[in-house]
Design a protein around this ligand. Sequence first.
Ligand code: SF4
Ligand code: SF4
Length: 279
Amino acid sequence: MAAQALASSAHSEGGYATAFPFFGAERRGAPVLAFTRIDEKRVYRKTQVYEPDYVVVLDESLLDTVNVVEGLKEGGMVLVNSSKQPAEVDVGIDVKMATVDATSVALEVLKQPATNSSILGALSKATGLVSIESIEKGILQVFGDRLGPKIGEKNAKAARVAYDRTLVGESHGKRELKSAEKWLPDVKELPIGVAGVPMSTSAGAVGPGSFVENKTGTWKVFRPEYDTEKCTMCNFCWFYCPEGCIYRKEDHMDFDMDYCKGCGICANECPADAIRMVR
Ligand code: SF4
Ligand code: SF4
């Protein structure tokens, strides 16, 4: 909800933003990740964020088990929910550091240790990325919609209190941190059509997307029209096509109209406007 409220705040300032969570083991209290991307231009990337500008840690105890600065960009900042001074928080490297005792703020204002709204106020103060007024608006929208306007208002207040109590400084880390194993999607995690490897079916057939006899091309009302001149070969269309009917050639993309079902995803994802859907 915090990631979404941050995205909503940025959007209310005229930017583009996406946000999503990543859950590990499904158990209450288990560590979770959430990502927000903010830009002045439309955001096309949908992967997790591997090289963040800012890292926000809602539970200080994670610093003992997770290398939270893994991938953090040069000049990036870490914000930690902690009662310590920024210089007292050790994340293993020299880094811009902000701290806020978000747990105390949450207990005071919300009467429960839910720190996700307080931390957004601190993020606004520490980074200036979005104004505290926009953060309040984002919280009212996202928390208010989900939990009711009264709770939305309380959470907006928690953000404001945390904003006023946030400390910004630097920390010179000494602890040794191990790098997490890099995760990259392998062929099994790509959309099924993209796998681009022969797939057997119960009918014994092989082919792109579903299977070779299923000519999904007959479904389409619109078809993609592709402009080679505009194409930058970024591969987004290839990655997202659910039918796996876009092929990468040396200097252009090829579309297999026998299987293109006309969903328009490729045109929607193309950042270069190189694909448009036509009857
Ligand atoms: S419209 Fe684009 S994304 Fe959809 S099936 Fe056709 S080529 Fe693939
Ligand atoms: S058509 Fe668009 S999405 Fe596909 S490779 Fe070219 S620029 Fe990228």
